[in-house]
Design a protein around this ligand. Sequence first.
Ligand code: DOR
Ligand code: ZN
Length: 421
Amino acid sequence: MTSYLLRGVSVVGAEPADLLIRDGSIAAGPAEGAEVIDATGLVALPGLVDLHTHLREPGREDAETVETGSRAAALGGYTAVFAMANTSPVADTAGVVEQVWRLGREAGLVDVQPIGAVTVGLAGKQLAELGAMATSAAGVRIFSDDGHCVADPRLMRRALEYVKAFDGIIAQHAEEPRLTEGAQMHEGEVSTRLGLTGWPAVAEEAIIARDVLLAEHVGSRLHICHVSTAGSVEVLRQAKARGVRVTAEVTPHHLLLTDELAASYDPVFKVNPPLRTAADVRALREALVEGVIDIVATDHAPHAVEDKECEWAYARPGMVGLETALPVVLSVLGERWDLIAERMSRTPARIAGLTGHGTDLAVGDPANLTLVDPSARRVVDPSELASRSRNTPYAGTTLPGRIVATFLRGKPTVLDGKAVK
Ligand code: DOR
Ligand code: ZN
């Protein structure tokens, strides 16, 4: 196995030093025989960890596969991704989660951890085989009906109770369905102007408020997917102050884009939850810095051309995000490397109980890391994405930062900004 010496690298923003990778781990001592990589001006981060990725396999391999999504993840600086359960068939059995897990191992580009569905077929009627998925080879610890809300409060309670036995997590897509029937975009001034049916902020906030109370009552762990409103931040702030075991994520797009973009009627900006107002964006940024929102997660949602390049009303919601997440976060937070490592690697790894990722890159730690050139600028070109889908909202946008290399247990998955396999 090749050893690598990263010469003059800044580890999470610290003074430049040499970093040796040997036998899959961060090592000390002589670097004889190591391949030298000139890392002057580059920053090393622990490999990024995404708790919310749609890989589309099985079922929609025309939009993404475990392999193409893994490659996109590696190119984005990720070493671990959690694959959402809304595949076809749904990942609601030990068989399907094991299939996804095995495909991830075969691709070998990032660690792919399947998320199991909470309810059978994501139908919200009957609990899925949570225990069988937990004890399967995939070792599922996070369950979500993402794409759908677990709207029935009794089912949500039962799910929270069930996973408590093994310290599992229910990750909720917070959307009260009765309040979003027919919704096309955020409900507000812009939706009124455009005459489109609105998705009100309260549809998200009401579910989060209910679920933090349920999680508190049961004493279980709850995670809130893609928080998008200022009001949600306030509900979370109060719950956390009371000691509720709740964590939350925000997507890069909700940190940067607003509902004004819907005026273009370009479905690339259609996403669920929808893009919100500039005031929401401000509140989300503050909450992320403060820690009321714990992590950034991509909600990478690849869609085939025919599902996306059509009329706004018929287009599927979602945007690809793995390859642009770090540049977007860099543009939002600036070069606050420790904060970025915390929100994109260490904390997601800790929430998921994922060992070997999100480390301090100390001697002996597995060499799961990414090298970033913060001085580079890149114009996003959809045709250059490794993802099988092209639905990026950043086409033509210049973003800071370039992923130069990514290592998974000491093996490069990306070198010179290109996927190794
Ligand atoms: O925009 C979204 N796309 N939101 C979701 O909740 C699901 C996702 C998807 O699967 O495409
Ligand atoms: Zn969702």
